[in-house]
Design a protein around this ligand. Structure first.
Ligand SMILES: [Zn+2]
Length: 70
């Protein structure tokens, strides 16, 4: 007579974690879409692609921090 032991492991992700990750994902998509001009080019046209406010902000922060870049 033989005995077989079966282990069933159940792993689940809590719902609030999925909510937090979804919010981070959507916020990231908004930031990238905003910075690259893809969100507001429908409203303001080609100017949205030239207004790289976040890009310039982080570029200036890099200069203020003392890191040379160009
Ligand atoms: Zn620079």
């Amino acid at each position: 007579m033989s005995t077989v032991q079966v282990t069933i492991e159940s792993v689940s992700v809590p719902t609030f974690v999925l909510g937090i990750l979804s919010a981070v994902f959507l916020f990231g998509m908004f930031i990238v879409g905003y910075d690259q001009g893809h969100l507001f080019n429908v409203v303001v046209g080609e100017q949205a692609f030239d207004d790289l406010y976040l890009h310039e902000l982080y570029h200036d922060l890099r200069h203020v921090s003392g890191f040379p870049c160009h």
